[in-house]
Design a protein around this ligand. Structure first.
Ligand code: IPD
Ligand code: CA
Ligand code: CA
Ligand code: CA
Length: 264
């Protein structure tokens, strides 16, 4: 497989999709809901997914595509090359803020992340990684992450972590919030992973993410030495939804060992 060629192809496809999203703000955007009243989707999410799928199917007919909006393939095994796409990660931000959303794409071969992309469309920040080749922000290589003590760490968690919830005991998380330097929540898993890769966040945790939320970001953060697992400390499965943490080495063990108590 010529990964260099696929890397150049992916970058140009993502840039073109980003341009389409920016242009879309000139017209009226149609907003629907999915699982609940706060689970938003727009016609732009769907258009952008279809744009990627039509190009990838035309140019790589043997590859499969897993996309959030369901226009891709029904993917149940890791075999072969799979493009894992979130056309707009952070749809709520897209609708309410018209910024702070990203295109997220990972290209996997037999379950191994080979290429990863996060494009923060309005900031025009492009993060990418080729397996074994380091991670980049706008073609500037990102340095390896060094360990940071929790007392000096900024942790990406949203407010649901400190409320009673069905996934984790919230009391230890209140201690985590007190013991770390600060917390941030950006509303886009992909952008939060980009922040981990760039050292702006020291860890990012989620109770429920889908493959398309993390496929691109996992490749990128892995290249700078972040540890990514589910909240049991096991490898995250790229075919199903589940819990997720990405953190600097050392901090990952501290957070899972001392502060995360799973309910199920
Ligand atoms: C969502 C965002 C959000 C995360 C949700 C995701 P979407 O993706 O990444 O930050 O907390 O779990 O579903 O639906 O905007 O693509
Ligand atoms: Ca969504
Ligand atoms: Ca998403
Ligand atoms: Ca999405």
């Amino acid at each position: 497989m010529d990964w260099g060629m696929i890397d150049r192809y992916s970058k140009s496809l993502i840039k073109e999709a980003g341009h389409r999203i920016r242009v879309s703000f000139a017209r009226e955007i149609h907003i629907d809901t999915k699982d609940d009243a706060n689970d938003l989707v727009t016609d732009i999410d769907r258009d952008i997914e279809q744009f990627f799928i039509s190009r990838i199917r035309r140019d790589f007919p043997d590859h499969r595509i897993l996309g959030e909006e369901g226009f891709g393939d029904k993917v149940e095994t890791n075999d072969g090359v799979i493009w894992i796409l979130d056309p707009i990660d952070g749809t709520m931000n897209f609708v309410h803020q018209k910024r702070n959303f990203a295109i997220s794409l990972g290209v996997y071969a037999d379950g191994i992340g080979m290429l990863g992309y996060i494009y923060d469309v309005m900031a025009d920040d492009f993060y990418h990684a080729v397996r074994g080749g380091g991670a980049y922000r706008n073609d500037e290589r990102l340095p390896q992450l060094e360990p940071t003590p929790l007392a000096e760490a900024v942790i990406g968690v949203n407010a649901s972590w400190v409320c009673p919830n069905r996934y984790v005991d919230h009391e230890p998380v209140i201690r985590l919030v007190q013991d770390c330097r600060g917390t941030r929540s950006y509303g886009s898993a992909a952008i939060e992973l980009a922040h981990v890769a760039a050292g702006r966040l020291d860890a990012y945790l989620s109770m429920r993410l889908a493959p398309w939320d993390i496929a691109g970001g996992s490749v990128i953060v892995g290249e700078v030495g972040a540890v990514t697992t589910d909240l049991r400390g096991e490898e995250h499965d790229m075919l199903t939804k589940g819990t997720f943490i990405a953190a600097r080495p050392g901090l990952h063990e501290t957070i899972l060992g001392d502060y995360v108590r799973l309910k199920e």
